[in-house]
Design a protein around this ligand. Structure first.
Ligand SMILES: [Zn+2]
Length: 70
């Protein structure tokens, strides 16, 4: 009388496919959608504010400011 339970398809899958983070390419997080983390969300915001959003460079926070000389 050993009856095996029916195979369950309880695979852990997201309800919807997540978009990759536009900043680093990691799967986005619901909390910080469409980013993967607050870090990337902040980075994106910072990029917009500094007008350097088009620049894909990362970790380039030490840009010289001597461009606004004179
Ligand atoms: Zn990210």
């Amino acid at each position: 009388m050993t009856k095996k339970p029916p195979a369950t398809n309880d695979a852990v899958v997201p309800l919807r496919p997540t978009r990759p983070c536009p900043i680093c390419g990691k799967p986005s997080d619901r909390t910080y959608y469409p980013f993967c983390s607050k870090r990337c969300a902040d980075r994106d915001l910072h990029g917009w504010l500094s007008g350097a959003y088009a620049i894909p460079a990362v970790e380039a926070e030490r840009e010289d400011e001597d461009e606004r000389g004179d």
